[in-house]
Design a protein around this ligand. Structure first.
Ligand SMILES: NC(=O)c1ccc[n+]([C@@H]2O[C@H](COP(=O)([O-])OP(=O)(O)OC[C@H]3O[C@@H](n4cnc5c(N)ncnc54)[C@H](O)[C@@H]3O)[C@@H](O)[C@H]2O)c1
Length: 420
């Protein structure tokens, strides 16, 4: 591990590769770069300390540079022990960013690093999964009076925050960046769809065509994973607990059944529910020899790995990010230790999709600062105009033009008198 006054990273000599990856990310994040240009001129975050617990990837690096251009002081750690890109962390450390993260963090280091970010006394927190917010609420309540707001990146974090709000436990306003259309309907759907398969492919190099993939959860992420796998020729089975989502899966042409029935049919299983113990030992006992399990939900609790470890006759690593367990004589495989497979075994979402997600984070910080006296200690959604602005920036980045309504159409759309 390499340590400096303001960093702890795996290997600082990886910085050059990290800079090259950041350069590539910039090329594909034009919408965010537009915001960076404006932030550089207007300095909307001057004097604001922002603490982040986000996947330390090249795309997050571009978000950090955008926030710094806006005048912010940044400190960052990861939000998952297996998702840090060590070269990017090294490059950020060399740029002078306060960064504490490495791929393969122990639980102890994970929480020690969260502590370092908290020690910087952030005015704004940016979280992916709500660990920073919950640490502050549990162990550092003294800091809360100086916190303007927090911004949350993912569905699991929003679920935790809504539970806090419900219990009157939420002590500062939280902006639900995940709930922007330009986040969950793009990032969770197209991003998780593609990068989850990328993670499974890099870990296994298997052929999807002709295989049976069982997808647990048909929300934004599960829809993306199912669609992309269908495109590769897989037979997709969807398992759900929500009637409407299950119906959508059936109407999209997928088989829908209980997981206990799908367990014996699947070649690959992928959980994307945000729930715990979706794949349990009783299911694993029914799986075929050679079955592969992966998770792309936020936490590593969707597959009950603990019970598998206890029951397995043997356990060994057969490739990086691919562990074999022998259960009842059958070989079962778990990818990326049950952590989100797209970040553990691949590089997370492509830059283009993170560009719109992180436009949401940058604009949420600006919104928070501008509206600091108006926000309540609730989970807040950004105004629709901001979502629309982000979509517009991305269309421009892609060189696409769309139509505008005529004045007559504008009038028609806001009137009720005109009928048949
Ligand atoms: N891997 C990534 O990069 C990435 C990106 C975005 C979101 N996420 C995470 O993925 C998870 C899903 O996010 P989402 O936006 O799709 O959420 P969502 O709420 O849109 O969908 C989750 C779906 O899972 C279903 N579900 C819940 N419990 C289930 C169970 N026991 N069995 C089957 N289905 C069940 C729900 O009914 C729901 O339809 C969250 O943990 C989120 O934080 C991961």
């Amino acid at each position: 591990m390499d340590k400096g006054d303001n960093y702890e990273v795996m290997d600082i000599s990886l910085a050059d590769q990290g800079r090259k990856n950041l350069e590539l990310a910039e090329l594909n994040m034009s919408a965010l770069m537009e915001i960076k240009k404006r932030f550089k001129k207007e300095k909307p975050l001057q004097g604001i300390r922002i603490g982040l617990a986000l996947h330390v990837t090249k795309e997050t690096g571009i978000l950090i540079r955008t926030l710094i251009a806006g005048g912010a002081d940044i400190s960052i750690t990861g939000c998952n022990p297996l998702s840090t890109q060590d070269d990017v962390a090294a490059a950020l450390a060399e740029e002078g960013v306060k960064v504490w993260a490495y791929k393969g963090e122990t639980t102890e280091d994970y929480y020690r690093y969260l502590g370092y970010v908290i020690d910087e006394k952030p005015h704004i927190t940016i979280d992916d999964g709500c660990d920073l917010v919950s640490e502050i609420h549990i162990n550092h309540q003294d800091l809360i009076s100086d916190i303007i707001c927090g911004c949350e990146e993912t569905t699991t974090g929003i679920i935790r925050l809504k539970a806090m709000e419900e219990n009157n436990a939420l002590k500062y306003p939280m902006i639900a960046v995940n709930d922007n259309k330009t986040k969950h309907l793009l990032d969770n759907y197209y991003g998780t769809g593609q990068s989850t398969l990328d993670g499974i492919l890099r870990a296994t190099n298997m052929l999807f065509a002709g295989k049976t993939l069982v997808v647990c959860g048909y929300g934004s992420c599960g829809k993306g994973v199912s669609l992309k796998a269908k495109g590769l020729g897989a037979n997709v089975i969807v398992c759900e607990v929500d009637n409407f989502c299950a119906l959508q899966a059936a109407y999209d042409g997928f088989k829908v059944m209980k997981f206990e029935d799908a367990a014996a049919l699947g070649d690959i299983f992928c959980t994307v529910t945000g729930n715990k113990h979706v794949i349990r030992l009783e299911h694993m006992k029914k799986m075929k020899n050679g079955a592969i399990m992966a998770n792309s939900g936020h936490f590593d609790i969707e597959i009950d790995l603990k019970s598998l470890k206890e029951a397995a006759e043997s356990e060994r690593r057969v490739r990086p990010f691919m562990d074999e367990y022998v259960l009842g004589g059958n070989k079962l495989f778990v990818l990326g230790e049950g952590r989100l497979v797209n970040l553990a075994a691949a590089e997370g979402h492509p830059s283009e999709v993170m560009s719109t997600s992180f436009c949401g984070q940058a604009l949420a910080c600006e919104y928070g600062v501008k509206n600091r006296d108006k926000m309540k200690n609730q989970v807040i959604q950004l105004p629709e105009e901001i979502d629309d602005e982000i979509a517009g920036l991305q269309l421009t980045a892609m060189g696409l033009n769309i139509d505008e309504m005529t004045p007559d159409q504008v009038k028609y759309m806001s009137s009720w008198e005109e009928g048949t």
